[in-house]
Design a protein around this ligand. Structure first.
Ligand SMILES: Cc1ncc(COP(=O)(O)O)c(C=O)c1O
Length: 423
């Protein structure tokens, strides 16, 4: 047998450059390599119970049982291109409110996507294809979930930041946000997180949302709402969709990405929807029909049709009044445990008289806590204390539990004092 001669081909992928790893992958690798039995990861935005285990949401478990017991489903058939309508319709009712005027007026089209990320992608693709050329800028909060920028740039949008967080006061910089958006060119896309802002845990209040809705109208911006945590912030699906209801009340055209990853604990099943809401005018149903036809082409080209298992299970929860009520209770269980951990961490730090103030931990809401730790302090949390969190200081609060919260607080105390001694 002759040996294969090495060849330098000008074609093919031989010269492909290595891409940087996703930042979460690097953190995961460090955590796995850490041999300490005391190690704690406060990294991934996935809900954990007080024993640090993934929590199977009881309403969803019951729905899965029913799914497998029901032999009437053609379980492995293709889903329709735009998704399973019982699911997308029920999902739009949760998101917008059952009595939403937008639904009653036929102003909404809802399609199934590969969870919230898939909805962001399909939405961004739709906007790049059909917003007037040249495609305007897309504004995202600084800071924001890292995939916002990545998803938007991936389809060719030019992304700019608007101020959102003041690291000194550890609070929202609402007036800076407002003035940045006021000077955004008309037609710009503006990404707004509906609730439980990732990573800061800081949301706008009602008055601030009202101002943003008016500003978006006055400046003729295009709102892209991202709703990944409805019910996870306050425990109430209705309180958490306030921003969406205000935009609808104003009759504004917008798009919304919706995820059930966190709220139903269906992370790997990729359950989500993209919703287009037409402006309130007489031709809205016609616009909706045309947008849906274009979405069908985009979805067909990207994935032919969305998966069916997760959305069918979610659909059972959403369309059964008892399971729906149970799911609402499950959301309260998850959001309350997170709130309890915020208070516990704050109390531990205050007990230790850790320098600084820690009220921001309980002022924030949702899955993430923005601790205010510096990159050097985060590095020391890992190297000295075996507590892993991103260099931004964002902490996944649901990874705290009664067994580790005191140790996490003691570690924060040590790195804060070390930081002060170094300056
Ligand atoms: C702000 C935000 N939007 C969207 C998503 C999308 O999540 P998924 O694709 O799992 O639905 C996430 C997930 O962490 C998120 O934090």
């Amino acid at each position: 047998m002759g040996s294969i001669e090495s060849q330098d081909s000008p074609y093919g992928l031989a010269t492909i450059p290595k891409a940087p790893a996703d930042f979460l992958m690097g953190l995961k690798k460090d955590f796995l390599a850490d041999e300490s039995t005391q190690k704690v990861a406060l990294v991934v935005g996935a809900y954990r119970d007080d024993k640090g285990r993934p929590w199977r949401v009881p309403a969803v478990m019951e729905a899965e049982k029913r799914y497998f017991e029901d032999s009437s489903y053609f379980k492995h058939e293709y889903s329709p291109i735009l998704g399973i309508s019982e699911f997308t319709h029920a999902a739009s009712q949760v998101l917008l409110g059952k009595d939403s005027p937008a639904l009653a007026e036929g102003r909404v089209c809802s399609v199934q996507t590969l969870s919230g990320t898939g909805a962001l992608h399909i939405g961004a693709l739709l906007l790049t294809r059909f917003l007037p050329s040249p495609t305007p800028w897309a504004f995202v909060p600084a800071p924001t979930w890292h995939l916002h920028r990545q998803c938007f740039e991936h389809v060719g949008l030019t992304v700019k930041d608007y101020p959102y967080y003041d690291g000194v006061t550890k609070s929202l910089t609402f007036s800076a946000m407002e003035s940045a958006l006021r000077s955004a060119p008309p037609g710009s896309v503006v990404l707004l997180q509906v609730c439980a802002h990732n990573p800061t845990g800081l949301d706008l209040d009602e008055e601030q949302w009202r101002l943003i809705v008016s500003l978006v109208q006055e400046q003729r911006l295009f709102p892209f709402l991202d709703c990944a945590y409805q019910g996870f912030a306050s425990g109430s699906l209705t309180k958490d969709n306030l921003a969406i209801r205000l935009f609808i009340e104003a009759g504004v055209e917008m798009v919304i990405a919706q995820s059930f990853s966190k709220t139903m604990g269906l992370y790997g099943q990729r359950v989500g929807c993209f919703h287009y809401v037409a402006a309130a005018h007489s031709d809205a149903p016609g616009v909706v029909e045309r947008v849906a036809s274009q979405l069908a082409i985009l979805i067909r080209s990207e994935m032919s049709a969305a998966p069916s298992y997760g959305p069918r299970v979610a659909s059972i929860v959403l369309n059964d009044s008892e399971l729906y009520a149970e799911w609402e209770r499950n959301l309260v269980t998850m959001s309350s445990r997170i709130t309890e951990m915020r208070w516990k961490l704050r109390q531990e730090l205050e007990k230790l008289e850790t320098p600084g103030t820690w009220k921001h931990l309980t002022d924030q809401i949702g899955m993430f806590g923005f601790t205010g730790l510096t990159p050097a302090q985060c590095q020391r949390m890992k190297s000295k204390h075996h507590i892993h969190l991103p260099s931004s200081g964002r902490m996944s609060i649901s990874d705290l539990n009664t067994a580790n919260v005191a140790r996490v607080a003691m570690s924060i105390d040590e790195v804060v004092r070390w930081g002060l001694a170094c300056t």
